[in-house]
Design a protein around this ligand. Structure first.
Ligand code: FES
Length: 107
């Protein structure tokens, strides 16, 4: 039987709430966050167009797919602000939630 390749997974810390979740290298930060089962994680288009899943990566490396400039300006992107539905982890990550997400994640 053929063995499935093992995917690396990383620990992602939500700076605002201290919660930690595991996220595989082949899934988006938003998908990992959803598994936290936390009520109120805003899930919008999942395609980088609506901006509800905006986060700031404070530490760690990641790969990001194209994000709408209407959601993330070039300046924000330089500051590590990304859309969680477009980003996959390449290392352990520490992130802060922004915008709509913040209202729901922070007590
Ligand atoms: S869910 Fe719409 S931009 Fe991420």
């Amino acid at each position: 039987m053929e063995k499935l390749p093992v995917k690396a997974s990383f620990m992602v810390t939500v700076a605002d709430s201290g919660e930690v979740f595991r996220c595989r290298e082949d899934e988006t930060l938003l998908a990992g966050m959803e598994r936290l089962g936390r009520r109120g994680i805003p899930v919008g288009c999942r395609g980088g167009g609506c901006g509800v899943c905006k986060v700031k990566i404070e530490a760690g490396s990641f790969s990001a797919r194209v994000m709408s400039r209407e959601c993330v300006s070039a300046e924000e992107e330089r500051d590590g602000i990304v859309l969680a539905c477009r980003v996959k982890p390449l290392s352990d990550i520490r992130l802060a939630v922004l915008g709509k997400m913040k209202k729901n994640v922070c007590p």
